[in-house]
Design a protein around this ligand. Sequence first.
Ligand code: ADP
Length: 355
Amino acid sequence: MSVLTVNCGSSSLKWSVVDPPETLASGTVQQVTDHAAALTEVLENAPLDELSVVAHRVVHGGERYSAPVRINEAVLASIRDLSVLAPLHNPVNADGIEVAMRALPDLPHVAVFDTAFHATLPPRAFTYAVPRAWGVRRYGFHGTSHAYVSREAARLLGKAPEDVDVIVLHLGNGASASAVQKGHSVDTSMGLTPLEGLVMGTRSGDVDPALVLHLRRTRNLSTDEIDTVLNSRSGLLALAGDNDMREVHRRIDAGDTAAELALDVYCYRIKKYVGAYLAALGGADAIAFTAGVGENDSMVRAQSLAGLERLGIEIDDARNRAGGPRISADTSAVSVLVVPTDEELEMAVQAAALV
Ligand code: ADP
């Protein structure tokens, strides 16, 4: 069954034609400002014969969607309604859906939500200690990747997903950690929005929430300005002057101490989440690194897990430099793995299963 996957990101457009587990064609359009026009062009040129279903990545599914869903007018409207929680993502996700549904009206269109895999978080993990009347909670994102990578990690251990506990570290431009117990997400580092948690390319991750008030009072920044700074001008970009980890390393090699601190803060935040999730899970069978930084950066992997031998985590330097899949020493109680993520394949599998 061949599936077209569409991923309208805030500034990019990724698509692929997948006949699970085979990827038949794929492409990425960068620096997209008009998603409708970009997608229209892709649909005119992509090999779309014999498609059975279109799978759309949608970032925020809110409380309503804990699994993929066939898209109709009401679903599309609720995806737009959720824009308040994901203003950079849900509106362009919805635009992409509209264009594709118009171009391919006879096919079923399925929304695959980034939040869905984390619908199994227990209340103690998703509840903020704030007034209940606000109706806010933690959701978590990158769920498609966390689902795929945790299953792949189990496979690499030669076990069923329900027999292992895995900590997944998705380190891309956006970054998040998750604690996956017997195949179910029980905690994750992103929250109400994708801002919470790890240090990212341009996002701060965890800060004291009073920072927002402090900025309002002392710098007279508007809500939108604070939003832009914390989402688009913080993280590695703020600390090192660049959001790309490869450039951070280049600057460190050239003696840039600000870049060195940025890397230190980035890795220390990962280490703290690993510690937290080892506690949440009561120990783990595996830690899996994935996405752009996680799959390619042996220095980040080594530094993030350095000094955790007493917790049963021992990296083998040569294996780590070689890139995995197993990068832990044979004596390490916790297996440390590098698992390339494949969000397109996972979306396709989930959409195909639904229809
Ligand atoms: P996205 O979150 O946009 O899907 P990716 O998972 O592709 O991103 O990750 C992109 C990031 O991965 C880049 O911004 C860069 O920081 C990092 N990256 C890519 N290749 C390498 C590499 N060889 N070494 C270190 N970091 C890398």
